[in-house]
Design a protein. Sequence first.
Length: 277
Amino acid sequence: MSQDSPNLTHSRLYLQRLGYDSPPAPTLETLAQLQLRHVCTFAFENLSVLAQLPVPIDLASIEQKVLFDGRGGYCYELNQMFLALLQELGFDARGITGRVVIGGPPDAHTPRTHRLSLVTLAGVRYISDVAFGGMVPSSPLQLDNLAPQATAHEPYRLTLKDGSYTLWAQVGEEWRGLYVFDLQPQSHFDYELGNWYVSTHPDSPFIKQLKVALIGPGLRRTLNNGNYAVHHVGGDSEKRSITDVDQLLELLREAFGLRVPKHPQLRPRLAQLLADS
């Protein structure tokens, strides 16, 4: 297992991709802008898993993939790189992990397969997450505030029970549980184990489905196998089904800004997923 290098190699390019010509001050406004710009710039995606490629999570590999290869990634990649940027900018931040419960009961004891960041500013603790698929929060959330909190998109809220927090998102009139987390310190071994599970275990949803998401002003774009949707915050959703692989590859390029990896395993796997959906 490789240990993360302590620093980003291409932080200037990373900041430029996020719209900054120079390093911004480590303030709450900066954190909010960084998180919003990140989820609107770098897509959540699992193409490497579907191509049966390794998913290394050392910083150098993530930077190469995201900043130079035209790709996105999932939480063990994007939140890892984002945390390194926050720390380099002077934020008091560290990684934490949780259990995904979206689509099931919020008290389900699922594998610990999500990572996010805990950021403390002027004594106030926030969670910051740039890689939770189509329901990623677009703004930091106060950890110790259990009331609904506005974001750049939908309202979110946190609940606390027995030392564990649950993150909820308001979808229409319904509150949906997303993931359960605690503040236990994590090492790179914990991330490597979680990443191994989501990228290789047969029960991992990333093995079974194409999952892509990218946020925009007032909207969320999601792709689950052949089901493409644009969800407008507070409005209707546009949905269409993709049945052709070439059409799917074009959508990945045009709607999600991805440079699709050329790998012999990927096209037949995508065709299979479209046929099954």
